[in-house]
Design a protein around this ligand. Sequence first.
Ligand code: HEM
Length: 145
Amino acid sequence: MIGDDDAAYKGGSYLFVQKYIHNLSAWKALSTEQQEKVIGRYKSNDVEMSDDVKPANAHIALANVGDDFKIVRDNMPFGNISTNEMGTYFIAYASTFSTVEKMLNNMFIGSPAGNYDRILDFSTPKTGSLFFVPTFNMLDELSSE
Ligand code: HEM
């Protein structure tokens, strides 16, 4: 949520969405251990791998851009049996798009460059948009102008 540093828009959020399609046959061809290494967490208990075990290209290794840069994630899995399209709507709210941009750069360009997110070998973004989410007060003010 936007704070005092951008007073005119305080209380609003930047909402970023991307529609990802998964290659589930490639994903299912991985062993559980390999799948865990793609994400960086264990499936059975959701516990994060220690830094010496977690691969540098694991999703959470690259998506974590530091404690000062947080977003609210609200992902929505979906499936369309008629077109056999299975995927995830990545949905994130942040006080500034620059935090999400840092994450996207790390995932797609890599950190260091070339060490891109392993999740992208199984999942492809098809569309995406950035929205501004106003507060009720901002909407009231607009409608009374
Ligand atoms: C195919 C699309 C995606 C899938 C399936 C996915 C899935 C996951 C999973 C399973 C986790 C670990 C569990 C959790 O913390 O919730 C995670 C963590 C995370 N993801 Fe994603 N994600 C996707 C795309 C993205 C994108 C595009 C971003 C940012 C632009 C992102 C940012 C994050 C962050 C910040 C974390 C937490 C990292 C930490 O532990 O600090 N994800 N994601």
